[in-house]
Write a protein that binds this ligand. Structure first.
Ligand code: AMP
Length: 134
């Protein structure tokens, strides 16, 4: 069965995209735990991140590094944290979350509510920051 993330990549489900190349895709999480919470995925649909082939897994890390640098330029934070859960969506992904304290990465707390226009503007800003990286 096609994952919801593959449908996002194919444009069948909308998302707030921040980056894409031939093999990877990044977009804002629909239920962010912090402003700028982004998901980075391989286009190849594999459920469990550690079942990815070595090349795809290392490429995902390098792509996530670029995305994290873009996020940090837009969202004030001490650093961008990386979390892997994968309990909900069976398509490998990493969560990039701007952190100012440990509490920012608490998935049990109420999710952030953001207006759609604000989310769209944030995605555009992060996309542009990634595009401007050296
Ligand atoms: P997990 O698989 O446990 O890492 O969680 C999946 C993550 O995907 C959650 O943080 C969801 O909020 C997020 N998510 C699920 N559907 C969408 C969607 N359509 N667009 C953006 N994020 C999503």
């Amino acid at each position: 069965m096609t994952s919801i993330f593959t449908k996002i990549i194919n444009g069948e489900i909308p998302c707030h995209k921040v980056a894409e190349d031939a093999h990877y895709f990044a977009f804002l999480d629909i239920n962010p735990v912090a402003k700028g919470h982004t998901l980075v995925i391989p286009k190849k649909e594999v459920d469990y991140i550690f079942d990815l082939d070595a090349e795809t897994l290392s490429g995902l890390t390098l792509f996530a590094q670029k995305v994290a640098k873009g996020i940090a330029k837009v969202v004030p934070c001490k650093r961008v944290g990386v979390t892997v859960l994968g309990l909900e969506v069976p398509h490998a992904h990493v969560h990039l979350i701007p952190l100012n304290s440990e509490a920012d990465v608490d998935f049990k707390k109420p999710k952030l509510k953001m207006e759609s226009a604000e989310t769209a503007a944030l995605a555009r800003e992060i996309q542009s920051a990634i595009g401007n990286l050296q």
